[in-house]
Design a protein around this ligand. Structure first.
Ligand SMILES: Cc1cc2nc3c(=O)[nH]c(=O)nc-3n(C[C@H](O)[C@H](O)[C@H](O)COP(=O)(O)OP(=O)(O)OC[C@H]3O[C@@H](n4cnc5c(N)ncnc54)[C@H](O)[C@@H]3O)c2cc1C
Length: 318
């Protein structure tokens, strides 16, 4: 049975794992997070929830449309129509974005809380070591973590990429994003259907998670700072950032409505410069494929396509 280790259990890694497993590969997924999903993230706050990473997504390619349709039928995904933003359907997780990776993870061999710190190998296969000291081996390796983290991992492992591969990784760029999640004690005043995108100013997006339909008992709002604001305040006082961004939205979120808030620092959010191909097959001593949303289309659908294409490439080789 051919075998593969996949580093990163976000959408790209999960998709690759499902496709390889469907072709009878033995797949081990490793993720440093407490759960799966990476940037498709939903946080629980008391008895309510908020999506603080990806907010919604589209499905333009036939493969992803089929996957979304299957998830709609399973009750995991639903449509969220945002007039003024969209002319085609947008989708969200029915109980939050993290419902999607949790659904896709069912039946897979996933080890969470395992940060990979070293990779090595030769033509016969690869060896991966985690921070906790556990060692995993397989014939092939897929890495789906953001490009700057890939570069650090390979450098720490003493692996030299070719100039072309290095240039490909260097072209990939992610915007940072400071995300505020505020728990409210009354409905927000954000107009239906509960999401507003801003083209300028310190805020790029605000969403009412109650109107979005992922919370039922009380309201939370998610605020995303703009890339420029996030860059300027990334290392700043997160409490002040939260207060400032909430105050900026006083029209929709009265100060007295805010019960509590927390701020999440995303160093890598949306990928604004990508490698044009859905993955990169490296000329390393062991079989290594690099993918994720830094490759191909970017965003949620791009991560899915990257994972799918990596798996298909490996299956085609086997
Ligand atoms: C604030 C924000 C807003 C966004 N909005 C949208 C949107 O509205 N629409 C849209 O389509 N997309 C959006 N995105 C982007 C979307 O979330 C990503 O494109 C997609 O989820 C990327 O999936 P991925 O599998 O490539 O990477 P990730 O989801 O980042 O998965 C990588 C995984 O690797 C793990 N990892 C990292 N390093 C290691 C290591 N050393 N060892 C083990 N595991 C490791 C991480 O824990 C993570 O789970 C947004 C992202 C953010 C953060």
């Amino acid at each position: 049975m051919p075998s593969c280790i996949i580093i990163g259990a976000g959408l790209a890694g999960l998709t690759a794992a499902r496709e390889l497993t469907r072709h009878q590969w033995q797949v081990t997924l490793l993720d440093k997070g407490r759960g799966v999903g990476g940037r498709m993230a939903t946080r629980r706050i008391h008895n309510t929830r908020a999506d603080h990473g990806a907010q919604y997504f589209s499905a333009r390619t036939p493969e992803f449309q089929a996957q979304v349709q299957a998830m709609k039928e399973a009750g995991v995904v639903k449509e969220w129509y945002l007039p003024g933003i969209d002319h085609h359907p947008r989708y969200v997780g029915s109980s939050g974005m993290s419902a999607i990776p949790k659904y896709l993870a069912e039946g897979l061999d996933i080890h969470t809380g395992e940060k990979v710190v070293h990779v090595a190998g030769d033509a016969t296969g690869c060896t991966v070591r985690t921070e906790a000291g556990t060692v995993y081996t397989a014939e092939k390796l897929i890495v789906t973590i953001p490009a700057p983290q890939v570069k650090a991992l390979l450098t720490d492992s003493g692996i030299q990429l070719s100039t072309t591969e290095q240039v490909a990784l260097d072209t990939i760029n992610y915007q940072p994003c400071l995300a505020v999640i505020a728990e409210l004690n009354q409905p927000s005043r954000i107009p239906a259907p509960g999401g507003i995108r801003y083209e300028e100013g310190p805020i790029s997006w605000v969403a009412d998670n109650f109107q979005k339909g992922i919370t039922y008992d009380s309201t939370t709002v998610t605020i995303h700072a703009s890339p420029q604001y996030s860059r300027e305040h990334l290392e700043g006082d997160l409490n002040k950032v939260g207060e400032m961004l909430i105050a900026e939205l006083h029209e929709w979120i009265p100060a007295e409505a805010v019960e509590s808030f927390q701020v999440h620092r995303w160093r890598y959010s949306l990928c604004d410069q990508r490698h044009p191909e859905p993955y990169l097959q490296c000329n390393t001593p062991f079989p290594l494929l690099l993918g994720g949303d830094g490759f191909g289309m970017g965003n949620v659908e791009g991560a899915y396509q990257s994972g799918l294409q990596m798996a298909r490439a490996l299956v085609g080789e086997a």
